[in-house]
Design a protein around this ligand. Sequence first.
Ligand SMILES: *Cc1c(COP(=O)(O)O)cnc(C)c1O
Length: 350
Amino acid sequence: MKLFTVGPTEMFEETLMTSSKQLPYFRTEEFSEIVLETSKMLKKLLYTNETSEIVYITGSGTAAMESLVSNSFDSNDKLLIINGGTFGKRFVDITTIYNIPFATIDLEYGEVLEKRHFDNIDLHSFTALLVNIDETSTGQLYDINLLSKICKDNNLDLIVDAISSFLADELYMDKHNISSVILSSQKALALSPGLSILAISKDFYERKIKNKKPINLYLNINEHIKNLTRGQTPNTPAVGIILELHNRLKNIKKAEDEIERVKKNALYFRNKIKNYNLNIPDFPLSNALTPIILPNNNAKEVFEYLKNNYGIFVNPTGGPLSDKTIRIAHIGNLEERDYDMLLEKISEVL
Ligand SMILES: *Cc1c(COP(=O)(O)O)cnc(C)c1O
């Protein structure tokens, strides 16, 4: 089996070895130590300072998105949401459920997010901007420098869902003035699904979260932060995935190294498909994945053929492009020869 999907992604040998072992009991000093060390490594890879908070939520990425939005914002806020695909829509849905006022910038498929989209918006009336920096459903990578500047100039908190982009594209939490970054285990981190992570700046935490009355229990950030000062979580965490995460981060010395590795895969693949009857969209792409446009509208056939004949998984695409495009991941344990193999098999069914 080989996964060219964005999540779960092809896991590294060491991760698989870690996940095959008996899990330890977790209310111990030893486990606390692992959690605290993991938080330290995450802060370094996110380029944020020691005072930022790291929160572990047992649940997929959506749980962390919901936790952050519901614990930080209320009817006194107004959120601006970049709605450019499935995951932008998820922010819209969460914000709607919690009755938080919001407006959206809606993007058509392929429409590049630019400064002009903000020109007719009264930015001062908003309190925060929510963005999925790689909108994984399309592969568009939004311009973090543009968004960071807009937020800074207009005094908005910048909330970045970097679930598929972390360790695939450059992201500097402090330099980009990001109030919170949302991560999840099964995408670029290439771990088992089921653990999501919030990195929260000290200022944002104290201003927007710390003094709020709780409106939920399992997703309550204050409860988590109280426990995490001693390296513990309020509930039983995904012990195994935390051990996978600790192991994986220990093997990444610098974020740049991992970004470079993923980028090299992406460029290799994008260059190589020029030899085939395949196209890629012309909007800015995350290094995490490449959407490819098939000439014969047979995306479902390609997906089934690869799965049934070779145990190869590629990502189907939802919505109006479901017949036309499949998405190929560059995150996870993949290398150049995997793409040679993939393209050979795809060409059989083209
Ligand atoms: C995968 C993903 C999520 C979360 O999806 P889950 O299935 O809940 O893990 C959120 N945002 C983005 C950008 C994603 O790629």
